[in-house]
Design a protein around this ligand. Structure first.
Ligand code: F6P
Length: 317
């Protein structure tokens, strides 16, 4: 099943799970709409042919969602009984931290083997250097900001561009580097203030810059792109613009990298479950595929490297 926010590459992982399982003569059912599908027993067989032509598509053929009732122990216990009655031996969950937390609890309470495949554009799971969808979302944001740069230049304007990441600055910081943004604001930053942003922008102006781009993560605590924009308008009379990239970053055809990781992780999840592993999620560390104990999902989430955020400021001269 896929769960939580969709991410490009999820379909690649579904296809790989189904086809690797078929190669090992294991039957696969798809669960529709994430955990809600487990609660509602909305599952049906997934054949290798049902996965034709999905590798290159964004979204998820299984649909997805966030299921509030999964927080209730009685709901989880009933779902576990239903799964056992249906003869299900193991679950593969493609999703982010909320989805893996749900799987970890299910596994701990009921012993149902669970394998996680990291699928979230936020790239914020402990123990893995990347998650499915991050590369695609990053490239989408970069392409969009390159276009904004053209018009910002033409009008000699300041743009505040909001990118996704309610509690993660991974997309924001990496986008800022790749777009040559003049500044980046993101939730994990320890010290950035409105005043510091003004100093940074003023320094650019004094060096002759007449247009600037500030990348703001959705979850930034300075006030968000609209509020900062309003403040700058009031304080300095700037003719600035605010752009929210929003869900554009979540859709679209996955990059080659997201397809490759989706394929590798999908296959690996099946092989490890068949070999008897019962509580893990997959990841990559320093280029090597790794299996991470599912309970590590409660560890501290990775934040963007501080040096990378500082570099954006240094290079914007
Ligand atoms: O977790 C992925 C993500 O895209 C976040 O970056 C974003 O804050 C959130 O999902 C948006 O969720 P929704 O689609 O429910 O508005």
């Amino acid at each position: 099943m896929t769960s939580g926010g969709d991410a490009p590459g999820m379909n690649a992982a579904i296809r790989a799970v189904v086809r690797q399982a078929d190669a090992l003569k294991v039957e696969v059912y798809g669960v529709w709409r994430g955990y809600q599908g487990l609660v509602d027993q909305e599952w049906r067989p997934l054949t290798t042919r049902a996965c034709a032509n999905i590798l290159q598509r964004g979204g998820t053929m299984l649909n997805t969602g966030r299921c509030q009732s999964w927080h209730l122990p009685a709901v989880r216990a009933q779902a576990a009984r239903d799964l056992r009655d249906a003869g299900v031996d193991a679950l593969v969950i493609i999703g982010g931290d909320g989805s893996f937390t749900g799987a970890e609890i299910l596994n701990r309470e009921t012993g149902i083997p669970c394998a996680g495949i990291p699928g979230t554009i936020d790239n914020d799971l402990p123990g893995t250097d990347r998650t499915l969808g991050f590369d695609t979302a990053l490239n989408t944001a970069v392409q969009a900001i390159d276009r904004i740069r053209d018009t910002a230049n033409a009008h000699e304007r300041l743009f505040l561009v909001e990118v996704m990441g309610r509690s993660s600055g991974m997309i924001a910081v990496n986008t800022a580097i790749a777009c040559g943004a003049e500044a980046v604001l993101y939730p994990e930053a320890e010290e950035h203030t409105y005043e510091a942003l003004v100093v940074q922008l003023r320094a650019g102006w004094e060096r002759g810059k007449r247009s600037s781009i500030v990348v703001v993560a959705e979850g930034d605590t300075t006030g968000g792109a609209f509020q900062i924009g309003e403040r700058l308008r009031n304080d300095y009379g700037l003719d600035l613009r605010v752009v929210v990239l929003g869900h554009i970053q979540r859709g679209g055809s996955p990059t080659a990298l997201d397809r490759i990781y989706g394929s590798m992780w999908g296959s690996e999840a099946v092989k490890r479950l068949v070999a008897g592993e019962t509580s893990f999620y997959l990841g990559v560390q320093n280029g090597e595929m790794v299996s991470i104990p599912l309970n590590r999902i409660h560890d501290k989430r990775p934040a963007p490297p501080k040096e990378l955020a500082a570099l954006a400021g240094i290079l914007a001269r």
